[in-house]
Design a protein around this ligand. Structure first.
Ligand SMILES: NC(=O)c1ccc[n+]([C@@H]2O[C@H](COP(=O)([O-])OP(=O)(O)OC[C@H]3O[C@@H](n4cnc5c(N)ncnc54)[C@H](O)[C@@H]3O)[C@@H](O)[C@H]2O)c1
Length: 260
């Protein structure tokens, strides 16, 4: 299938976890893919594996000049940018608000919120030059509630929601759609590896047993939704938010399954 044959997508944090899943699927459906991230070696490895129509660019989402270079390299290689996936994200080491230092707060918001803002700002002119396109911001179910010990992460993901709606309003007349996806708990290094500055992975605190669908999300679950939202099938969808969490936000399911 070549649903994305005339599309060029830039995925931030695209060399591993959910980002790599998005890159592989979009590439398989015909898109030119640009893997943007701070781990240039891993990005180059994925691009080499995919072969033609794949490019790795070094992109630190917190830096304006890095965004300008990544968008320029994308247009130079493929002629246009039509899809941006703001996927890069970091989590804070678990700590109550009183024990969270300012540097940690700033670092997490810098990547998760300012990085998304800079991405929208850098990509919008390119998407306009292409005649239109779409942006998907990766939020989190934590951005719909509260999560003890994760204030910087939660606050940043909440803010991405307002940014998404505002960008959708500002860019809709230019044929640019902007939406957000809020994953629940997804099996990637994000939950299996400890965050910088901590020694316990978040998976130590979470069990999927109480979810309506009692398993962790897989990157492919999120990718399926991303492909729909970036495809022409979603042409009338903008400024919306999609929760994909196996029912996590519903609350606990029955302990022993359905009563007979
Ligand atoms: N895994 C989960 O349970 C889960 C749940 C909800 C939301 N999310 C969100 O999904 C997105 C993808 O996370 P993942 O699960 O694939 O985890 P991951 O850790 O595999 O991916 C995060 C990526 O962001 C990149 N990154 C970090 N800082 C960066 C920077 N300054 N510039 C560019 N890239 C940077 C990392 O190198 C990594 O490739 C994140 O935004 C995360 O917040 C994850």
């Amino acid at each position: 299938m070549s649903r994305f044959a005339d599309q060029t997508v830039l995925v931030t944090g695209g060399s591993g976890g959910q980002g790599a899943s998005h890159v592989r699927a979009l590439h398989a459906e015909g898109a030119n893919v640009v893997i943007g991230g701070i781990d240039a070696d891993r990005g180059a490895g994925l691009a080499a594996e995919l072969g033609h129509r794949a490019l790795s660019v070094r992109l630190d989402v917190t830096r304006e000049e890095s965004w300008a270079a990544a968008v320029a390299e994308t247009e130079e290689a493929f002629g246009a940018l039509t899809i941006l996936v703001n996927n890069a994200g970091v989590q804070n080491p678990p700590a109550v608000i009183e024990s969270t230092d300012l540097a940690t707060w700033a670092r997490i918001l810098d990547v998760n919120l300012t990085g998304t803002f800079l991405g929208i700002r850098a990509a919008a002119p390119a998407l306009r030059r292409a005649g239109g396109g779409t942006i998907v911001n990766i939020g989190s179910t934590t951005g719909l509630g509260g999560t003890a010990l994760y204030a910087p992460y939660v606050a940043g993901k909440w803010a991405v929601r307002g940014l998404t709606r505002t960008a959708a309003l500002e860019l809709g007349r230019d044929n640019i759609r902007v939406n957000a996806i809020h994953p629940g708990v997804v099996a990637t290094p994000f939950i299996t590896e400890p965050a910088a500055g901590s020694d316990a992975p978040i998976a130590d605190f979470y069990s999927p047993e109480p979810f309506a669908v009692p398993r962790l999300g897989q990157p492919a679950d999120i990718t399926a939704l991303l492909l729909f939202l970036t495809s022409p099938d979603a042409a009338f969808i903008t400024g919306t938010e999609y929760v994909i969490d196996g029912g996590l936000l519903l609350g606990p399911a029955l302990k022993n399954g359905s009563p007979s």
